[in-house]
Design a protein around this ligand. Structure first.
Ligand code: CDP
Length: 208
């Protein structure tokens, strides 16, 4: 099996922080696939394109150069050579990303990059479809969940306007790679757990 630990789950479930810490503990690469969909969305917004206009979005994405490298223990995504990481959590990206992410041809481009990283580096990879589509043969799969109320609160604390309920609705009902736990994923409900407790629980499960 590829040296990949899949960590999927809905928006603001805490999976980014968990994945980052688990990767650090293992000395594996942390791969944030949401940032790839966000980078594509950033390019779309930057070009003045409406994220809901599927044909126009696809044209922008196909005309943009996305590059994924591994630096300092994590994946970094570049758009036409520029590191745009600091611009990926803006309100306009939050609002548009689920529309961009439901276009099958956009997913194909980004999934190919994700498979490249996973095949060349031991990775803790977080997203929505890592265990179901990107690496169905991942070493271990986790699905980090939390109640919508807790997730809205966690996102609110980070200071970005983000309608997590609306993104989840679009992410779970799209035709390709909808958000769902893989049949063989270990589901961890983090609603009543601290970050440290979730990380400890996952490390425990990994050592079993
Ligand atoms: O961090 P947060 O949970 O807010 O979201 P994210 O992981 O940055 O993902 C942003 C959006 O990208 C999601 O709402 C999905 O629409 C999309 N996404 C996806 O479709 N597939 C993935 N593997 C990762 C993200």
């Amino acid at each position: 099996a590829p040296q990949v630990i899949a960590m999927d789950g809905p928006a603001a479930s805490g999976k980014s922080s968990v994945a980052r810490e688990v990767a650090a503990k293992l000395g594996w690469i942390y791969v944030n696939t949401g940032n790839m969909y966000r980078a594509a969305t950033w390019a779309v917004v930057e070009s003045g394109t409406n994220p809901e206009d599927e044909a126009a979005v696809l044209a922008v994405v196909q005309g943009t150069d996305f590059q994924c490298t591994v630096e300092g223990g994590r994946s970094v995504i570049r758009v036409n050579g520029a590191d745009v990481e600091l611009q990926l959590n803006s309100e306009s990206v939050n609002r548009g990303v689920s529309y961009v992410a439901k276009i099958p041809q956009v997913r194909e481009i980004l999934v190919a990059m994700q498979r490249d990283v996973g095949h060349t580096h031991p990775s803790v990879m977080e997203g929505r479809d890592i265990g179901t589509v990107v690496f169905p043969d991942a070493l271990v799969k986790f699905y980090i969940d939390a109640s919508e109320e807790v997730r809205a609160k966690r996102r609110g604390l980070q200071g970005h306007a983000d309608s997590v309920g609306e993104r989840d609705r679009i992410d779970s009902t799209r035709k390709v790679a909808p958000l769902t736990a893989a049949a063989d994923a270990v589901v961890v409900d983090s609603s009543e757990m601290t970050l440290a407790q979730v990380v400890a629980r996952i490390m425990e499960l990994l050592h079993e």
